[in-house]
Design a protein. Structure first.
Ligand SMILES: [Zn+2]
Length: 220
């Protein structure tokens, strides 16, 4: 069977983390998720960790080279000839996209596909404002009808709270960041004819089905 490498792009709140996890499970892809690594780093007491934490808490983005450092280590560790890789949360800068191209070319991986989970800025804002995280196991859950309602984690039954980095100011910054930094990436892949747009404002199952079908097509 062919090996496929997948890049998923999209605004914060588009559901790319969830979709990436599903694709990884379904197709046995190794997930490279620098967002998780950043949160781990931010939880350490090292100078770098504290600096990253203050940036994330303010809704900012750590520098691209630090992200590259984190996902490079993960990628080099996980990449194997018979297994595909899925990038979730990177590239976030053009430099990183070009680096990914260069690295995958060096590994002689040519079956690389890029998906954009397309949602509007308004929808992204609505989803991020309603996002909750479990105090116990850190599972994220989507917007709830009544934001003040006490909700339980579906995984462990823990209490759901606002994610500390989901303040209104931080959310607007992240929405701006997509337009400024990610749109050039979208154009980069699109002009090369490598980008597949997937309408993200649909139920998770529908989006998951379309993504799985697209990936399966490229595996045959
Ligand atoms: Zn939980």
């Amino acid at each position: 069977m062919a090996v496929i490498d997948v890049v998923i792009l999209g605004r914060s709140g588009c559901g790319k983390g969830t979709q990436a996890r599903r694709l990884a499970e379904r197709f046995g892809l190794a997930a490279v998720s620098p967002g998780d690594r950043f949160r781990e780093l931010a939880a350490t007491s090292s100078w770098t960790g504290q600096k990253v934490r203050s940036i994330i808490d303010a809704g900012g983005l750590p520098p691209y080279w630090l992200g590259a450092h984190l996902w490079l280590a993960e990628l080099i560790d996980k990449i194997a000839p018979d297994q595909g890789v899925i990038f979730d949360g990177t590239p976030r800068r053009l430099e990183e996209a070009k680096l990914i191209d260069e690295i995958l070319a060096w590994y002689e991986r040519t079956n690389v596909h890029v998906f954009l989970l397309d949602i509007s800025r308004e929808e992204a804002r609505r989803r991020l404002m309603g996002r909750r995280i479990c105090e116990g196991c850190a599972t994220l859950s989507g917007p709830v009808a009544d934001a003040a309602a006490e909700q339980q984690c579906v995984v462990c039954g823990g209490r759901l709270v606002n994610r500390p980095d989901d303040t209104p100011e931080a959310i607007e910054k992240r929405l701006d960041w997509f337009d400024v930094d990610i749109m050039p990436l979208v154009h980069y892949y699109e002009t090369q004819g490598r980008l597949t747009r997937v309408k993200g404002e649909r139920p998770i199952e529908v989006v998951a089905g379309e993504l799985a079908q697209a990936v399966a097509t490229h595996l045959t």
